[in-house]
Design a protein around this ligand. Structure first.
Ligand code: FAD
Length: 396
């Protein structure tokens, strides 16, 4: 049996679902293919995302912001280096904003998107993996075990290990960060007070992200991969002690309250985003270190930019399935991704230096803390309120 639609999105992560919602609203017929058997399995992922204000606006525009349960706004950010009194702090009040951003469980975002897609006309195929994909000048054919799906184009939102990226030989730059991120939920003696914290340890950054309950935080602890294995092997008590010490008891004693998960960290950057009617977006196009919590924010901006470009084609009556009109949008998205990768590498290297440079770094952090103009620019960067943004991500 052969079925037909305008666009097939492979991957029902946050970026794929955002695209499906937006493209459907443009009037395209959309099918989503996800290898996981059911959206309920999302609950097993304990990751949260720090969503910036630009992402909030995109999700509002797509009608899924309000229904997201468990959003915790953070009104302060505090960054420091282990064994140092120098600290960089930002507050929403300084910027006259209600929040600097939000900490949201990934599964809560996807659930809200999934529910919004229920009556949208988008066909959701869970537990489905294509056997083969043929792409040619007129469109793509995706073969499943029982049927074939024909579409004008295919979007790979398959995440870091995109099969489409590999199968269609998208030229990709990759390097290993040599680190893994250990993720878990912890309870703390002291309340987090809506502050997102990050301490740079000699082994790598450790983030404490506030959750809706005042004594609960999600941690993202990036350490050399061998050390991640050790952290995962520790019993709960030993892990909690190690964590409390690593945070300098910033929030008092920490206690592990969820299973631990570990994610190997690797940088990736696809030099092309479109080949033979196959488009890469989100982590399929670029993966970055989670130290500044920007990966999905970048992916949602990709989604918004593509949606807007398609919307314009449709409104002008120019939509014919041909994707040449995407070229400027994709150039822009590639530049944004490259700049973000470079920024992450810069921050990572900056905090990796030891020896006398540490003193210079501490003086630099103190100087930044007392330089309101530069600090304001950094805060705007963190909130996503700067640079070129898709229309739906811009503030009023
Ligand atoms: C530890 C950690 C912490 C992070 N914290 C933050 C943060 O605070 N803020 C932030 O902005 N970003 C953060 N990120 C990055 C963020 O998680 C990713 O950028 C984001 O999840 C990417 O979304 P995506 O939809 O592109 O891909 P994914 O979330 O990886 O989704 C891909 C989907 O595609 C499916 N799939 C894959 N291959 C196939 C196939 N062949 N067929 C069918 N389905 C397929 C997968 O099952 C999956 O559901 C973090 C990342 C890590 C590792």
């Amino acid at each position: 049996m052969t079925m037909q639609c305008d666009v097939v999105v492979i991957g029902a992560g946050m970026v794929g679902l955002a695209l499906a919602l937006g493209l459907r609203r443009c009037g395209l017929s959309v099918q989503v293919v996800e290898q996981m058997p059911s959206p309920d399995l999302l609950a097993a992922d304990h990751r949260v995302s720090a969503l910036n204000l630009a992402s909030e606006r995109v999700l509002r525009h797509l009608g899924v912001w309000e229904p997201i349960a468990e959003k915790q706004r953070y009104q302060q950010m505090s960054i420091w280096e282990q064994d140092s009194s120098s600290r960089l702090s930002f507050s929403a009040a300084e910027l006259c904003l209600p929040a600097l951003g939000y900490i949201v469980p990934n599964q809560a975002v996807m659930k809200a998107m999934y529910l919004a897609l229920q009556d949208s006309g988008v066909v959701m195929r869970y537990g489905c993996k294509s056997a083969r994909i043929h792409a040619h000048d007129e469109g793509v054919e995706i073969e499943f075990s029982q049927e074939t799906l024909r579409a004008s184009w295919l979007i790979s939102a398959e995440g870091a290990h995109s099969r489409v990226r590999a199968d269609f030989n998208f030229p990709t730059l990759e390097w290993d960060y040599g680190q893994s991120a250990v993720v878990a939920t912890i309870a703390t003696d002291l309340p987090h007070q809506a502050c997102a914290r990050q301490v740079f340890l000699t082994s790598g950054p450790l983030a404490l992200l506030p959750l809706t309950e005042p004594h609960l935080c999600s941690i993202v602890w990036s350490v050399p991969s061998a050390q991640a294995h050790t952290l995962l092997a520790l019993d709960e008590e030993a892990f909690s002690h190690r964590l409390s010490a690593a945070t300098g008891m910033e929030l008092g004693l920490c206690r592990l309250v969820s299973p631990r998960q570990s994610f190997a960290l690797r940088a990736r950057y696809a030099r092309d985003l479109l080949r033979a009617r196959c488009l890469l977006v989100g982590d399929a196009a670029h993966t970055i270190h989670p130290l500044a919590g920007q990966g999905v924010n970048l992916g949602l901006m990709d989604a918004a930019a593509v949606i807007e470009a398609v919307e314009q084609q449709v409104q002008q009556g120019n939509w014919n399935g041909c994707l040449d009109f995407l070229a400027p949008t994709l150039r822009w998205r590639k530049t944004e991704a490259m700049q973000m990768l470079a920024a992450m590498e810069g921050i990572k290297q900056l905090f990796a230096y030891r020896g006398p440079f540490r003193l210079v770094r501490r003086i630099g952090i103190d100087a930044l803390q007392h330089a309101p103009i530069i600090k304001r620019q950094l805060a705007l960067l963190a909130t996503g309120n700067c640079g070129e943004l898709p229309l739906m991500a811009r503030g009023s």
